[in-house]
Design a protein around this ligand. Sequence first.
Ligand code: HEM
Length: 392
Amino acid sequence: MVRDFSLFTSPGMGPTPDGDPHAAVACAHDAPSIFYSPNNTRDGRGTWVITRAKDQRRVLHDTATFSSHRSIFASALGENWPMIPLELDPPAHGIFRSLLNPLLSPKRVMVLEPAIRERAIVLIDGISAASTSCDVMTDFAFPFAVNIFLRFLGLPDERLDTFVGWGKDLLHGEGVKRTAAARTIVAFIDDLAAVRRKEPTDDFMTFIVEAKVDGRSLTDEEVRGIGVLVFVAGLDTVATAIGFDLAYLARNPKDQQLLRREPDRIGLAAEELLRAYSTVQMIRVAKKDIDFEGAPIRKGDYISCATMIANRDPAEFENPNTIDLAREDNRHTAFAYGPHRCLGSHLARREIVIGLEEWLSRIPDFRIKEDTAPITYGGHVFGIENLILDWS
Ligand code: HEM
């Protein structure tokens, strides 16, 4: 049951010019529905890999057998506190999830919409006034998504580049760089919590330090666990999604034309692009020995539910490797399933759709600039490093 397959080390998973890491991992469907990968985490641990969407749903719902408590962030520092709510299992998970749910509800996101659109317009108009080419990642996707996110958190915009740098080192850096980034982020969140305790304002961190669960205030470790998770979860996920979407449209002029002509299709198209270019590998830990689809999973084993694999499952999606912007009934897992489904999905969806709407309505026909190649990479969170578009 052991396969030479890894989201970290298989061909196409390192920084790859003109790479297609999603197509590269879709080959997992040629393997059995579950197999063992000896090196499938950043720190080189083995995981079981669940390839079928239906089996991943089973794992993600069965929190009694498959735990998400594994302190992935804290362990980089030799510590073991959980990121909250992600690394808590029910019932503790539900208590914190109920606390945070209203902050990112569809209603709250609707209130943010005018600011999201305005931010997109200002950035894109600035780009098109200055040039007929840009690096979408540094000039649009990151400044757009991270600015909105920082506003939500109540953090200063002038430190945007610093925050993005920390996120990149954490998610894609190696060894010392990664540990240093983790330490910096924790210190930053701890300081911010201390400041907001003394000087409350109307922002996310103030809400957290003043919140009560079960009639008590949150401990310092809980405040840190929430702050770090939300900081890390929102930092590059949306920017990356926009990057993969615009790279696809640059390479597929017919689909680009279709969305220009019929912008009402952008919402549905964004769902298909989320499916085909999913970015997150979820990991669970077995709480007990279990025979799963013939695999002898042992207590403590890691189980990978990679969204980029489930979303290319031929048993779930017709022609999964064909991108059909009109695909309906698209039950993709880009934002996970079960109790841990993404808390920020409403915000993320609106940012992606608004970003694409404004880009397509303001920038004429674009393509990837000649003699340049977007660099992509695999890992726990897939990424795209640069995307130089040209509309001269
Ligand atoms: C395209 C963008 C995004 C994608 C693809 C994405 C994907 C995911 C996935 C797959 C999970 C489940 C992880 C697991 O179970 O191991 C998750 C959880 C989570 N996401 Fe996102 N996310 C995105 C954007 C955001 C944003 C913008 C925020 C915050 C503003 C956010 C906050 C969270 C939180 C707090 C959780 C944990 C939920 C829980 O454990 O109950 N995400 N996300």
